[in-house]
Ligand binder design. Structure first.
Ligand code: SAH
Ligand code: SF4
Length: 346
């Protein structure tokens, strides 16, 4: 079966032309998909019945089913665990802020990077998601939000998986979602988060794309980062930082660095100083996020005093930072945690 969100507008046009459809159908179908977020072909009621039947026989919209749904106690965060046709699970989280409706989406089932503090890393890698599987997560929530006249305003690729390890599908999905004739989300309202795959970051910089990049640094010395993030052995900090400078030079864009503060581990003044030295004078910002505890790792979040001290130390180096509150801790909204609870470890 064809996965319909794999199509660009032109590919959809070719597909419909092959079925003998007139040209104006293309826009009709495209708008049902990306402006009205239908969940079945039958809802496309300005199409002839015969075309709807052909579409139903040859193509699919949403292939995932909902395995579990959870709301945070304040009702502002909702997490859905989707099951894919081959039995894989992925998670998508909606976070409601005052004006923003931010979606955290997955790009892979599992992850091959094995960061020790991360629930997805702990489960291992299963497979890449297709373009349609990435796009469908967004359209599912767009449809749901539309019922209350709300819209998806931001997308962060911070769910399960390493986006740059599934480079082509991730970037094609972003192209689809930012297409002005379709879903039309501003590229600046999207974010790719990466653990630091050096060659992929270089490629990304060369492609001059609009979607901002966030780098999951989490430690400022190789000794410390090696312990938390196995791929640091392959691309150590100096190499990663060279690539970050290359990205900034090439794109003129500010980089975000993410730092999960782990009590007694990477929240020391020495680490803050080392980070300050690394980032001093760089066009960047740091997001400090107290660790969300996971079942496969004994570390815990830093206390408020440690967080404040860390942030103050960074400020001495002129490095700006924001402390982020992890949303939906009570619903295991951390990356990979709901699957972990519902399905268990492999
Ligand atoms: N693979 C990408 C994107 C998905 S993870 C990456 O690593 O950047 C999204 C973010 O959540 C990353 O910054 C990751 O380090 C962070 N993260 C993972 N597990 C976490 C946890 N238990 N507590 C806090 N942050 C976590
Ligand atoms: Fe993969 Fe990101 Fe989790 Fe590391 S933090 S294991 S790269 S999802």
């Amino acid at each position: 079966m064809l996965q319909i969100y794999d199509f660009t507008y032109d590919e959809l046009a070719d597909f419909l032309a092959d079925l003998g459809e007139p040209k104006f159908r293309v826009r009709q179908v495209w708008e049902w998909l990306y402006k009205k977020y239908v969940t079945t072909f039958a809802e496309m009621h300005n199409l002839p019945k015969t075309l709807i039947e052909t579409l139903e026989k040859t193509a699919v919209l949403h292939t995932a089913t909902i395995a579990s749904e959870q709301y945070s106690s304040d009702g502002q965060t909702k997490k859905v665990l989707f099951q894919l046709p081959d039995g894989q699970f992925i998670e998508t989280v909606l976070m409601r802020y005052e004006k923003r409706r931010t979606l955290c989406i997955s790009t892979q089932a599992g992850c091959a990077m094995g960061c020790i503090f991360c629930a997805t890393g702990q489960m291992g890698f299963f497979r890449n998601l297709t373009v349609s599987e990435i796009v469908a997560q967004v359209l599912y929530f767009a449809h749901e939000l539309a019922q209350t006249k709300e819209h998806v305003t931001n997308i962060v690729m911070m769910g399960m998986g390493e986006p740059l390890h599934n480079y082509d599908n991730t970037l094609t999905a972003l192209d689809r979602l930012t297409d002005e004739t379709g879903f039309n989300l501003g590229a600046r309202k999207t974010t790719i988060s990466t653990v630091g795959l050096v060659p992929a970051i270089r490629r990304y910089a060369d492609e001059q794309r609009q979607t901002p990049l966030a780098i999951s640094l989490h430690a400022a010395t190789d000794e410390e980062r090696d312990k938390l993030i196995p791929i640091n052995h392959r691309w150590p900090i100096a190499e990663l930082m060279d690539t970050c400078h290359y990205y900034i030079e090439k794109t003129g864009r500010r980089l975000t660095f993410e730092w999960a503060l782990i009590s007694g581990e990477n929240d020391t003044i020495e680490q803050a100083r080392a980070l300050g030295n690394l980032l001093h004078g760089m066009l960047c910002h740091v997001n400090l996020i107290p660790l969300n505890p996971t079942s496969g790792y004994s570390g815990g979040p830093s206390s408020k005093e440690r967080v404040d001290a860390f942030q103050a130390e960074l400020a001495h180096f002129g490095v700006s930072s924001t402390v982020r509150v992890r949303r939906g801790i009570d619903i295991q909204a951390g990356c990979g945690q709901l699957r972990d609870r519902v399905v268990g470890k492999r």
